[in-house]
Design a protein around this ligand. Structure first.
Ligand SMILES: Cc1cc2nc3c(=O)[nH]c(=O)nc-3n(C[C@H](O)[C@H](O)[C@H](O)COP(=O)(O)OP(=O)(O)OC[C@H]3O[C@@H](n4cnc5c(N)ncnc54)[C@H](O)[C@@H]3O)c2cc1C
Length: 382
């Protein structure tokens, strides 16, 4: 498949690359070092229309396609993977399920502030005993009249500290999968609080927290889809989310490549730039090849998602699997090319190495992506 970007996609590429270089890059090291939520970046991205770019204008979005979205997440993540995941989780995991599964009333109420970036969103699926096996959810929602009473704890929730709106997977029945439902919860609901804030290896500017629900009264009108559709909505949401994480991984991998080339050209040993050594040239060539392959997979999944009527679970899983493993591999090679300097905080590849690892874990580990790909292939053959 050959991709030629259309005018709108080229405009997004130019705009987000310039923004990332001028505004995101200078703050990235401090964001990581101080575990600082990149509030300034997010505010500026909201002003540029980047916090709801794939949603229709009538809901406050910019009406763009998923290739544009992928480009934007890659460009932002090229310099700051923390900012990239704030944008991706907000867009793909919170705003998107409300857009795809919400009633018109829910869309009118929740989408405009999210799509305009005035409010931040998060997605609560994971629990202590429900990681890869999200159907192990124990957070309960018991219907009482015109509302639900929610009790439980969600773990590892990106944006959970800053989010105003949360899309949360809850148990409304006994059946492992059909007993699950999805609902929209809002900060400020009595009994809804933020628990432990994780201290992480990478993406340290994005918050990863526990969400605690104690007798939270949620209006029945906040149910997303029908009772029992929670697992289906969750899987659909993660399919879209994986395009965002693949794009984040692409940004990190590209950072590794670009920093390696410039370092290798400047660093001299044995009377010449180290980039002249064939061993390093092979690393650079392999990095560039894998990155291009990962981008093709990612844009292919993004294209299918943009068409709206195509299944893309397998393509999104392939993109996320390959792009995340490319990012981790490229980060390892980038440090090797930098020698001892790459192991210090003086060079950004040390941060890219720490940031790359999470892309192989969240929104489904690499093992889970392989399960999704294999299941799609074997199911389709029946
Ligand atoms: C920084 C960060 C941000 C996150 N953000 C969010 C968020 O916003 N919302 C949210 O809901 N969750 C979030 N998560 C949770 C994340 O999605 C889970 O950590 C991930 O899905 C893996 O679950 P687990 O950690 O419980 O690992 P486990 O499921 O316990 O897996 C442990 C190991 O077993 C392997 N494994 C498990 N099952 C299988 C299987 N069937 N076959 C083969 N191997 C298997 C896994 O691949 C892994 O190697 C986040 C996590 C982190 C660390």
């Amino acid at each position: 498949m050959y991709f030629e970007l259309n005018d709108e996609q080229k405009m997004i590429l130019d705009m987000t690359r310039k923004f990332a270089e001028e505004e995101v890059k200078p703050k990235a090291e401090e964001v990581d070092r101080n575990h600082m939520y990149p509030a300034d970046n997010i505010k500026q991205m909201a002003e540029l229309g980047l916090m709801g770019m794939v949603f229709p204008e009538k809901y406050g979005g910019a009406g763009m396609d998923y290739i544009s979205y992928s480009i934007a997440v890659e460009e932002i993540s090229r310099h700051c993977a923390s900012t990239g995941v704030v944008m991706s989780a907000h867009t793909s995991l919170c705003t998107a399920p409300i857009y795809y599964f919400g009633t018109e009333e829910q869309k009118q109420k929740f989408l405009p502030p999210l799509a305009k970036g005035e409010k931040i969103g998060c997605f609560g699926m994971t629990e202590a005993n429900a990681g890869s096996d999200s159907a192990g959810t124990r957070t309960t929602a018991k219907k009482t009249g015109d509302h639900y009473i929610v009790n439980g704890t969600k773990n590892f929730i990106t944006n959970g500290r800053e989010a105003d709106t949360a899309v949360v997977l809850v148990r409304t029945g006994d059946d492992k999968h059909k007993g699950l439902s999805m609902m929209i919860m809002e900060k400020g609901m009595p009994g809804f609080s933020v628990g432990k804030v994780e201290d992480k290896l990478g993406i340290r500017g994005s918050s990863t927290v526990e969400l605690v629900f104690e007798e939270v009264k949620v209006p029945a009108t906040n149910l997303l889809g029908q009772e029992g559709e929670g697992f289906k909505i969750g899987m659909h949401t993660l399919d879209g989310g994986r395009i965002g994480i693949a794009s984040q991984a692409l940004g990190i991998a590209r950072g590794c490549l670009e920093e390696s080339i410039s370092f290798g050209q400047a660093r001299e040993q044995f009377g010449q730039p180290v980039i002249n050594f064939q061993s390093l040239q092979w690393m650079i060539a392999d990095m560039a090849t894998r990155i291009d392959a990962a981008r093709h997979l990612t844009w292919c999944a993004a294209k299918l998602k943009s068409l709206g009527n195509m299944r893309f679970s397998k393509e999104a899983a392939m993109a996320k699997l390959f792009a995340s493993e490319t990012a981790m591999w490229a980060a390892t090679k980038a440090i090797q090319i930098h020698g001892g300097y790459g192991y210090t905080t003086d060079y950004p590849v040390e941060r890219y190495f720490r940031d790359a690892k999470i892309t192989e874990i969240y929104e489904g580990t690499s093992e889970v992506q392989r399960l999704v790909i294999a299941a799609t292939l074997t199911r389709d053959k029946k």
